[in-house]
Design a protein around this ligand. Structure first.
Ligand code: KIV
Ligand code: ZN
Length: 500
């Protein structure tokens, strides 16, 4: 059985989704989870793009072991050197360099001839190969490139030292049959001289189908992202490609190294960090993906699961929501459960999270894994707390003007303020803005319940913007107004860090 390599680009192309930017600590957390998931290659970022990207790639290269760490670089000397500087300490590293090859790009965007593009590509692959062993080259906009020229470029970069050639459908334009034929032609030309990779965008909703067609025709690596996030309509979704291969091994005769039981956890982590929710009917990781509503289906399932279930929920790590802890659970059990969930917190972070847990346990009888994850996510993102909530009381109702009385700790001082608003959240946000003397605009406000039940923890995600900088904040509490206050304060703390 062929093993298809999974090249995850959530931290690079995924991060190019509008609003999906992540801070360095969040990227490290994602990269560590990707290792647990079993991806072969992690594209950690584009080091030359910004100092923040450079630092993130460097830290991932230094701290994350267990996968090849790749850095993106245009076919330019400075880009490639910067990628090398960021990657050099990684035990397994790859420079991924690219140059457009379609006439549309060459003529209108880069204003270079085909010959010049080919020459630069070859020179830059050689430069990359002089720095690292493992070099990948992408002819950007390959699917709108004339095949004979594409074949020339592919052959030349392999000759120059590229061991992987990645064929991007940059604008999501191709179709499964057309793309399959293109990959077949490349495979016939290069044989086993290099691995053929594919990188499909989802503009026409065909990224997964196109990638599967490529696998059938000889591709040995797929570039993809968790939850399919990415530029515009996104990239090929990792969970979909992986579960297609696993479920239809009989057809594709191929599999991956992915530990599929880590899929749901990884998907939820990305949702939490990027604030980009997954649509409920999304294949594999959507909330309804394993929910059977119709009577006929439920009847069949009760008799024999195979009647309507082609994958088992356990295979992607979905378990019956498990009761974990309650009011009487001790620190030890709490710490063990966090470890099982994959959180590595310092003693100090555990202390803070444990206090929050005890507080929650007073309000909520049963605490589930999802509650714990919501509870510790602030500790994990390690945002210094310039502002923190001390107390909040609200009065509102049909005939009462919504009023918030807020106590906020600002550095080491506790400041109090009372404000009215159009609703309770408005009143709280006015009080916070007044104490912190900030003038941010609220762009997005989302509320969701972490688990079911009347006492469920509510999670609020907000996006605020100030001086062109947008940040997301999250807060969870059994009281939704308190969760909203925490989310806003979390966003302001992030904004303060960014301003510094
Ligand atoms: O979509 C694309 O063409 C890319 C390349 C940089 C591989 O992301
Ligand atoms: Zn892309």
């Amino acid at each position: 059985m062929r093993i298809i390599k999974i090249f995850d680009t959530t931290l690079r192309d995924g991060e190019q989704s509008p609003g999906a930017s992540m801070n360095v600590d969040e990227k490290i957390q994602v990269a560590k989870q990707l290792v647990k998931l079993g991806v072969d290659i992690i594209e950690a970022g584009f080091p030359f793009a910004s100092p923040g990207d450079f630092d993130a790639v460097k830290r991932i290269a230094n701290e994350v072991k267990g996968a090849i760490i790749a850095g993106l670089a245009r076919a330019k000397e400075d880009d490639i050197k910067s990628a090398y500087e960021a990657l050099k300490d990684a035990p397994m590293k790859r420079i991924h360099t690219f140059h457009s090859t379609s006439d549309i790009h060459l003529k209108y965007q880069f204003r270079v001839s085909r010959e010049e593009a080919l020459k630069r590509s070859v020179e830059m692959v050689k430069l990359a190969r002089s720095l690292v062993e493992d070099v990948e080259f992408s002819p950007m906009d390959a699917t709108r490139t004339e095949i004979p020229y594409l074949l020339d470029v592919v052959e030349a970069v392999i000759e120059a030292g590229a061991s992987t050639v990645n064929i991007p459908d940059t604008v999501g334009y191709t179709t499964p049959t057309e793309f399959g034929n293109m990959i077949k032609a490349i495979k016939e030309k290069i044989g086993d001289k290099a691995v053929i990779s594919v990188h499909c965008h989802n503009d026409l909703g065909l990224a997964v189908a196109n990638s599967l067609a490529a696998i059938i025709n000889g591709a040995g690596q797929v570039e993809c992202t968790i939850n399919g996030i990415g530029e515009r309509a996104g990239n090929c979704s990792m969970e979909e490609i992986v579960m297609n291969l696993k479920t239809r091994k009989d057809f594709y005769n191929a599999d991956t190294n992915i530990n599929t039981r880590e899929i749901i956890r990884t998907s939820r982590l990305i949702t939490r960090i990027t604030g980009m929710a997954v649509q409920p009917n999304k294949a594999i990781v959507g909330a309804n993906a394993f929910a059977h509503e119709s009577g006929i289906h439920q009847d069949g399932l009760l008799k024999e699961k195979m009647t309507y279930e082609i994958m088992r929920p356990e295979d992607i790590g979905l378990q019956k929501t498990e009761l974990v802890l309650g009011k009487h659970s001790g620190r030890h059990a709490f710490k063990d459960r966090l470890q099982e969930l994959g959180y590595e917190l310092s003693a100090e972070e555990i202390d803070t999270a444990f206090k929050k847990f005890k507080h929650l346990a007073d309000q909520k009888k049963d605490i589930f894994n999802e509650d714990l994850e919501a509870l510790v996510s602030e500790e994990v993102s390690k945002i210094p707390e310039i502002y923190s909530l001390v107390d909040l009381s609200i009065s509102s109702g049909v005939s009462v003007k919504p009023t918030a009385a807020l106590k906020l700790k600002v550095n080491n001082d506790v400041v109090e303020k009372m404000e009215h608003g159009d609703g309770p959240v408005d009143a709280v946000y006015k009080a916070i803005a007044s104490i912190t003397k900030t003038k941010s605009n609220l762009q997005k406000f989302e509320v969701k319940s972490v688990t079911g039940g009347m006492d469920a923890l509510g999670e609020v995600t907000v996006t605020i913007e100030e001086d062109g900088k947008a940040v997301r904040g999250q807060g969870a509490d059994t009281d939704i107004i308190v969760a909203a206050a925490k989310a806003y304060i979390n966003a302001l703390n992030k904004l303060a860090v960014r301003k510094r």
